[in-house]
Design a protein around this ligand. Structure first.
Ligand SMILES: *Cc1c(COP(=O)(O)O)cnc(C)c1O
Length: 470
């Protein structure tokens, strides 16, 4: 596969270069495959559907062709995914796609674990370890730390802002041993990011160590997220006719979004033949994308803190990939969009639990409420001309091409549950009056000793530490 760049279509690199560079430092652009090969009809039409790992292997294959042989790719997939996503029916026309069955209880495990193994594969003949530096405000750091833990040839240093992440998140970051460690920086997330960025441009440091990043813009984190969109749409295509008595309902996928990497992966799956009719971009008060869909004007802005904090992104980096793949008109045909403020998030967690018994996390809750509103009349009011102010929470005034499928009750929704509710115990408890049960793997982490290393918010201290300790 040849990869190009969102800012310069004359760029042509292979998978290894795209993965190891992360982004194109010359243009500042993001790597993107030049084509999205479709899976065969016979594969997609299998009933029962192929296993998650079988789907993952067949989807990954064209993107690594000529660079990773089949047996090695199969090994990477097997090592990366000892767990699978789960499709859970919620009501007569909705399903939850649980993406939290990995070690850190959030969907980022799917991307990070594939990336770690691919990087280790490309570094297999390297004499020296590849040092990954990653700044995190929460979920990314734990997914990356866990994904790279004990992977040969790789070494990870995580920077996080001391006192600015939740207890559970801190435990998930700071309890690693061996090749993964965390530095608690006396500063903000932006300070952590600045330290990492300065290190990448420091020639003296680069001459001593091989440095790389594990940023979410890396194509090797994006591609594997498309596997679960394909998997869930095939599961639902096969079982929905039995569950709903509809012969061939249209599938709408609802995606809680921040940086829009997850949603971009959904677009890739659809290009490859996943039977997904449309998407709902669901977000919080950081409504840069809903505003863009409503008005056609894209205005990045500073992020604001919300209960769905993994989506607190005001300048979503994957906007650039979406724009490279589709025109604005195509985006409006494909997407509905929806946002909620904090009160809305809490009400949505409560409503979901009351109506279905399901305990949903604050990110998934926005997706749940978006789908409930869309199928229960918001789309038909919009179609009948009732205006909804896009500056208020709710459905963005945009009519996607699939609106009639929803209005005529011929659609089913797949709501992505991006994290386990126990990671957001406080707000879930506030909303439903009791705590979510804590999975064993989270409980275990809570009992481990904290090993975070204190770090001054100064580049000189950070650099000295790296030189003396890596
Ligand atoms: C990272 C994250 C998101 C946002 O995903 P993007 O790919 O940045 O849009 C949503 N929910 C949870 C729980 C996350 O960790």
């Amino acid at each position: 596969m040849i990869y190009t760049d969102t800012r310069d279509s004359s760029v042509k690199v292979n998978f290894e270069t795209a993965v190891m560079n992360g982004m194109n430092s010359k243009t500042g652009g993001l790597y993107i495959p030049t084509s999205f090969p479709k899976l065969s009809e016979s594969f997609i039409n299998k009933n029962p559907e192929p296993s998650f790992r079988d789907i993952a292997f067949n989807m990954a294959k064209p993107y690594v062709e000529g660079e990773i042989p089949d047996e090695d790719l199969m090994q990477i997939i097997q090592d990366a995914y000892p767990f699978t996503p789960k499709v859970v029916p919620l009501d007569n026309n909705s399903y939850i796609l649980e993406l939290f069955h990995g070690p850190t209880c959030a969907f980022k495990d799917f991307g990070a674990r594939f990336m770690a193994r691919v990087m280790s594969y490309f570094n297999r003949n390297g004499k020296d370890a590849l040092h990954i530096l990653v700044a995190t405000s929460g979920d990314t750091g734990s997914a990356v730390g866990s994904a790279f833990h004990n992977v040969p040839g790789l070494d990870v240093t995580i920077l996080y802002p001391e006192g600015k992440i939740s207890k559970i998140q801190e435990k998930q970051l700071s309890t690693f041993t061996g090749n993964v460690r965390a530095l608690k920086v006396k500063g903000t997330f932006d300070d952590c990011q600045r330290l990492v960025k300065t290190a990448f441009t420091d020639d003296e440091l680069r001459s001593k160590f091989r440095l790389s990043s594990a940023n979410s813009i890396n194509i090797s984190r994006l591609l594997p997220q498309s596997f679960y969109y394909m998997y869930s749409s095939l599961v639902v295509k096969n079982r929905a006719p039995l569950d709903t008595k509809l012969e061939a309902p249209s599938i709408i996928t609802i995606v809680p979004s921040g940086n829009f990497g997850n949603l971009t992966s959904g677009l890739i799956a659809r290009e490859m033949g996943a039977p997904i009719k449309g998407f709902v971009a669901a977000t919080n008060t950081n409504r840069t994308i809903p505003d863009w869909i409503a008005t056609g004007e894209y205005n990045a802005r500073p992020s604001v803190e919300t209960y769905a904090n993994a989506m607190d992104v005001g300048a979503p980096s994957n906007y650039e990939r979406i724009k490279a793949m589709y025109t604005y008109e195509q985006v409006k045909e494909l997407f509905a969009s929806y946002w909620l403020d904090n009160d809305g998030i809490k009400d949505a967690i409560q409503a979901c639990n009351e109506k279905t018994g399901y305990i949903i996390d604050p990110h998934g809750a926005i997706g749940y409420k978006a789908w409930v509103d869309i199928k229960n009349g918001e789309m038909s009011s919009l179609a009948s001309g009732i205006y909804h102010d896009f500056k208020k929470p709710g459905l963005t005034p945009n009519l996607p091409s699939w609106k009639d499928e929803v209005i005529n009750h011929n659609a089913v929704g797949i709501i992505l549950e991006t994290a386990h509710p126990a990671k957001f115990g406080g707000i879930v408890q506030d909303a439903i009056g009791r705590e979510s049960p804590i999975p064993e793997r989270l409980q275990e982490v809570m009992n481990l000793p904290d090993r975070a290393i204190p770090m001054e918010n100064s580049y000189e201290s950070f650099k000295d530490w790296l030189i003396n300790n890596l």
